[in-house]
Design a protein around this ligand. Structure first.
Ligand code: SF4
Length: 92
């Protein structure tokens, strides 16, 4: 079976060259597209994470067992972005 396949590809190699070339460029394009999409997602995610105010809040304990004394369930999550209990450390 294998000699039949190799013989087939050797015979029609010149016809397959453009197809292989096209497939290689399609894969390269997909790779670059995925890379660009991933970088955009990372940037977008980073912007959202930087909006979380907990590290600047006076109720933030910086202890993984109890991150916040008022809102422990939402501390350091996206739900804390508009937290009504936020008090700046600088206002102490
Ligand atoms: S009170 Fe709100 S903003 Fe402050 S640490 Fe707790 S969850 Fe974060």
């Amino acid at each position: 079976m294998l000699p039949v396949i190799t013989n087939f590809f050797e015979t029609y190699n010149t016809y397959f060259q453009p197809i292989f070339f096209l497939i290689a460029w399609v894969f390269l394009g997909l790779l670059l597209s995925t890379l660009i999409t991933s970088l955009k997602d990372i940037k977008k995610r980073g912007e959202i994470m930087h909006k979380i105010p907990c590290s600047q809040c006076q109720y933030f304990t910086n202890n993984y067992r109890l991150k916040c004394t008022l809102q422990p369930l939402i501390a350091n999550t996206e739900l804390a972005i508009d937290c009504s209990d936020f008090r700046s450390k600088e206002s102490l």
